[in-house]
Design a protein around this ligand. Structure first.
Ligand SMILES: *Cc1c(COP(=O)(O)O)cnc(C)c1O
Length: 402
């Protein structure tokens, strides 16, 4: 029955054909996408960008330009998050400072954050991994107390919320990503949203000065979207997994990426996917709920807790194995059963050489993040998952005795 990709969004060939027609006919398609995103999350401004990391770089540079004390060069980030986050910080000419996470929610631990040395800090960045909202109101409160910016990284959490406020709209500015494993996918892509009055004109000026995406980049993304559209299906995904050059499942630390606006074709495809966002999110939530119900009772597994009043987007469903030695066995067994389970980011950021080299000498250890990196497993939640996914995962976990 093929192989379920770890994460993804079904994109139809019709989405691509109609996207292409719209991109050719309507030069204002990117403005339409900006308006749609703004309405969707109730942000005052939105700008489609070439990627989530490009969005983050541009926001951080704008924050630096808007800061009252220009010497502040540090950005506090959770010690367990996507490697693109510290890479975007380096690209903006800034340095990471790590804060350990709450191992039950994966959120930056607000108490630890409060005790961070803020003397060189420009901004704090959230993570909202797997579409699970962080303790965003608490992080926002600490940032306000300390007079630093808050960048709400909702790269994986478009459509998630805390107390009816969208993830990505806490703090001063936020990002979304439209990369391959995110809530919607245009292969690469993302967006900035902003609320802070002082920041908005600076972001607008910088976005206005950006080049359009390059021709080769645009063409490559069109072709890749075609491949993605066809090969995400479980029956065909095994073929794409065999190709080494796709970089699937690998998150590099890469600081050389284009910082441009989003191409018209990708904006048009994003608009079509956003029109189905409720349906896509509904399926992911249903699958996550079945996985939670099937796996929470199993002694070998721990599930994560949501922060109060949170609605998650569940781009994946994360669990932890109690015994780190059993993880490899469980991943192998799930993969043999055709389920795209992953070990997510293999290292916490304190152990990633590129990040380690840039940490301040007084950096504190991050034991919780390190334990998460050693025990986490993510499961697929997307629309190609069969109705009996949770039962199948439960059976594999029991048989594997990990
Ligand atoms: C994917 C991701 C990013 C970067 O987004 P890209 O579009 O891949 O550049 C940033 N933060 C988190 C938490 C992510 O998952």
């Amino acid at each position: 029955m093929g192989y379920l990709a770890p994460a993804g969004t079904p994109v139809t060939l019709r989405d691509l054909a109609q996207g292409a027609v719209r991109a050719l006919r309507s030069p204002e398609v990117s403005e339409t996408l900006a308006t749609r995103l703004r309405e969707l999350v109730s942000a005052s401004n939105a700008w489609p960008m070439s990627s989530g990391r490009a969005a983050m770089t541009l926001i951080l540079k704008s924050m630096q330009a808007a800061a009252r004390e220009p010497g502040r060069l540090e950005v506090v980030i959770p010690a367990y998050t996507c490697y693109s986050v510290p890479a975007a910080i380096e690209r903006a000419g800034l340095r990471p400072r790590l804060c350990d996470i709450d191992p039950h929610t994966l959120s930056i631990d607000a108490e630890r954050l409060r005790n961070t040395d803020f003397s060189q800090v420009l901004a704090v960045v959230s993570a909202n991994l797997y579409g699970m909202p962080n303790d965003l109101a608490a992080i926002e409160a600490v940032c306000r107390e300390r007079g630093v910016f808050f960048l709400d990284d909702a790269a994986q959490a478009l459509g998630a919320s805390v107390a009816d406020r969208a993830a990505g709209t806490f703090g001063d500015a936020g990002i979304y990503s439209f990369d391959k494993g995110k809530v919607i996918s245009t292969i690469q892509g993302g967006a900035i949203v902003a609320r802070n009055g002082a920041l908005i004109p600076r972001i607008a000026d910088r976005v206005g000065a950006l080049p359009a995406s390059g021709r080769a980049e645009r063409l490559a993304n069109i072709l890749k979207l075609g491949v993605y559209s066809v090969f995400l299906r479980p029956a065909l995904y095994p073929l794409i997994r065999m190709l080494p050059f796709t970089g699937l499942g690998h998150t590099p630390y890469e600081t050389r990426y284009p910082v441009t606006t989003l191409a018209r074709f990708q904006s048009a495809v994003a608009l079509r996917l956003l029109a189905r966002l409720d349906e896509l999110s509904c399926v992911r939530r249903r699958n996550a709920e079945s996985l939670r119900a099937a796996l929470t009772p199993l002694p070998a597994i721990e599930t994560f807790r949501s922060v109060p009043n949170a609605v998650a987007a569940w781009t994946r469903y994360p669990i932890r194995v109690r015994d780190p030695a059993g993880r490899h066995k469980l991943l192998a067994a799930l993969n043999r059963a055709g389920i795209g389970a992953t070990a997510s980011y293999p290292l916490c950021l304190a152990d990633l050489p590129e990040v380690r080299a840039r940490l301040a000498p007084d950096h504190t250890d991050c034991p919780e993040a390190r334990r998460i990196a050693a025990t986490i497993v993510t499961l697929p939640t997307h629309a190609y998952c069969p109705p009996d996914l949770a039962t199948r995962v439960g059976t594999v976990v029991r048989e594997c005795a990990c």
